[in-house]
Each structure stands twice: as C-alpha cells, then as structure tokens.
Design a protein. Structure first.
Length: 220
C-alpha cells in the first residue's frame, strides 16, 4: 500500500506542478530552451489527470479488464498481480471521497506554499530581488528538474537548476550557485534533522529501518 500512496503523491505533485507552470507562463519570458522543456510537464499533467479520473471512476471496469488479461497467466502470477492491482485501486479510491480529497489537496498545496516561502525568504536573505514570481518559478524548475533520477542527494543537479532558474531574472551565476548551496543545505539538512529526531523518538536504528523496508518491521 505504501507504494500506492507514493504513486498517488507523485501524480498529485505533477498536477500541481503543471498548474503552476500554466499560471506563471503569462508573467514570464523564459528562454526558448526552457519553454520547450516546460510543455512536456503540462502534457504529462493532462494525461495524469485523465488517468486519475479513469482510476477513480472506473474501478469496476478496470478490474474486469484485469481479470480478462490475468486469465492468460499462471495462477500464482495472476493472483500476485490481482492483489497488487486491487490494492493500488483501493489506495487511490480514497481520493474519490470528498473529505479525504480536501485533506490531501489541502496538505499538498500547503507543502508547496511552504517550499515557495522558503525560496522567497532566502531571496531576501541574499538581498536579491524578492518576489513571489521568482520564488514560485524557482520552485517549478527545481521540482521539474529533480523529479528525474540523478545523483545521490541531487548534488550538482539541484545547484545547477538554481543557477539557470535565477539567471532568467538576471542573477549572476556565482550568486545563483551560492543561493543553491544554501537552499540545498536548508532542504536536506532540515529533512535530516527531522528524520534523526523521529528515529530517536521511536528508538529506530539503521539496521531496524533496513529490515523494516524489507517487510519485517518487528525485528528488535
């Protein structure tokens, strides 16, 4: 089920990202090479929205198709895939309930606003031209860029994305790099501190976390 929740989170993030792109484009004059790379995000979000609507509204029809396909597979393999697909649809079904949907979308938007506010406050700290437009544009570029698997911790990639995003507003490369290094330290450092606190409160060690990730969370 955890994999389903992660997938749902990514689907929602793609939709929010595309909405931000569409909302920011009228106020920006990004270079052509960047504009070309933003359109796939919009198209992907449209496809995700359609897919999400189908998954939420057509569970019965989807399971019928799945059953027809699985009958050609060996029984053991078919049972395994039937269980996975059913669990996936069950995990997404919560988004079809108004109360759950409001909570999910509300927290998602809140997390994006916090990220944008962090960018904005750091612009002020660097005495750079601070505006919600720059902060949100930087957020869009970072989210779109780091979504693709790259180096561990996004080292190098994260900083380069900050440089090219800030360069659209005339901010020099050296300043953009310093900004990227600081922002990366805040983001990764903050998450690491919270993770360490959570591990300490729950008396978790690296060994137990590794064993829990393999499906054996009760190991002492």
């Amino acid at each position: 089920m955890s994999a389903t929740l992660i997938a749902a989170e990514k689907l929602i993030d793609i939709i929010v990202l595309a909405v931000l792109v569409v909302g920011l484009l009228p106020f920006l004059a990004p270079p052509d090479w960047l504009t070309v790379r933003l359109w796939p995000v919009i198209l992907a979000a449209l496809a995700v929205s359609v897919l999400l609507a189908i998954l939420l509204g057509g569970r019965r029809a989807i399971l019928q198709v799945v059953e027809w396909v699985l009958r050609w597979l060996p029984a053991t393999l078919a049972d395994r895939w039937r269980s996975r697909i059913s669990a996936g649809l069950d995990g997404l079904s919560g988004l079809g309930r108004p109360q759950t949907a409001v909570a999910v979308w509300g927290w998602t938007i809140a997390s994006w606003l916090v990220a944008g506010l962090t960018n904005y406050l750091l612009l002020l700290a660097f005495d750079l031209p601070a505006s919600p437009l720059i902060a949100l544009f930087l957020l869009v570029v970072l989210q779109a860029g780091i979504a693709v698997p790259s180096t561990p911790g996004k080292i190098g990639v994260f900083h380069y994305l900050c440089i090219i995003a800030l360069s659209v507003f005339g901010i020099p490369t050296t300043v953009g790099l310093a900004y990227g290094l600081t922002l990366h330290a805040l983001v990764v450092g903050g998450a690491s501190i919270w993770a360490a606190i959570a591990m300490w409160r729950h008396s978790l060690g690296l060994r137990r976390l590794a064993q829990a990730s393999q499906g054996n969370p009760t190991v002492s």
